[in-house]
Design a protein around this ligand. Structure first.
Ligand code: SAM
Length: 248
């Protein structure tokens, strides 16, 4: 039976650490992380946990010291190399807060390499709090066993995305007006999946996206999906046929 790297899980807590990790390093945790480990999951001196820095894979660490508002970890052993993330980006029009949060959490679990908020003519919310989205992605990565975080880009206008994307990066455009059946359309290689806002793309936008080089309109079935459902359905279909679901 295929296994995933995170399953069966060791029942150790996982924590993202901003500073670079190496064997023997002493890591002083900030107040928030120390409080979480001490008071929420109640780690005591000597307890083990898994840590990752987004670059060097995963490490076994041990709690060396607990003070009132700090905690010191010692990095003991390299457990896993960083995984290879498929080079697929998810470009989405920012939605209401709860839906955007959900989308970021799930896209991180599914393995998107980069998340790009894209402002379209019918985008309802142009305010994107990158720090908040990054915090959500970190929590999702801690939970799902990722050793690399998705990159979260500054919001950009749709025409910027169309102008600046290298033509070699396939643009899979979720078009509720119809397109190629998504699982047949996806092929491995640099890709971006583009999903519209709740109100959909305007006629002009659809025409501009369809005429961009290497643009492939895709259909996600006969029903109109909510924007966040469409984004996750497209990403899951991509991972199944062209991403990393087959490699484990
Ligand atoms: N207001 C639009 C309408 O009634 O036609 C629906 C927009 S839909 C809620 C939001 C986005 O999800 C769309 O712009 C598209 O990118 C994507 N989407 C939803 N259902 C889809 C489907 N069946 N096939 C392809 N894309 C879909």
């Amino acid at each position: 039976m295929p296994a995933t790297p995170a399953w069966p899980q060791r029942s150790l807590p996982r924590l993202f650490i901003r500073s670079p990790l190496s064997e023997g390093a002493r890591i002083e945790l900030d107040g928030g992380q120390a409080n979480y480990l001490r008071n929420v999951i109640r780690l005591r001196e000597g307890a083990e946990l898994l840590v990752f820095d987004g670059k060097s894979g995963e490490w076994l660490a041990r709690v060396a010291e607990i003070a009132k508002k700090r905690m010191t970890l010692i990095i003991e052993e390299h457990m896993r190399e960083p995984e290879t993330i498929p080079d697929v980006w998810l470009a989405f029009a920012p939605l209401k807060r709860a839906q955007t949060d959900w989308l970021v959490e799930k896209a991180t679990e599914l393995g998107a390499e980069r998340l790009l908020p894209v402002i379209t003519q019918r985008t309802v919310s142009e305010r994107v709090k990158l720090e908040r989205l990054e915090a959500i992605a970190i929590e999702a990565a801690e939970q799902c066993g990722r050793t690399r975080l998705p990159e979260i880009s500054e919001p950009m206008r749709l025409n910027q995305l169309l102008r600046h994307r290298e033509a070699s990066r396939a643009l899979y455009f979720a078009d509720e007006g119809g397109g190629e059946w998504a699982p047949d359309a996806f092929t491995p290689g640099p890709s971006v999946i583009l999903v519209g806002p709740e109100g959909g793309f305007t006629h002009e936008e659809r025409a501009a996206i369809r005429s961009a080089p290497n643009s492939v309109p895709i259909s996600l079935g006969p029903r109109i999906l909510r924007a966040e459902t469409a984004a996750l359905a497209a990403l899951a279909a991509y991972m199944a046929v062209a991403g990393d679901w087959r490699t484990y």
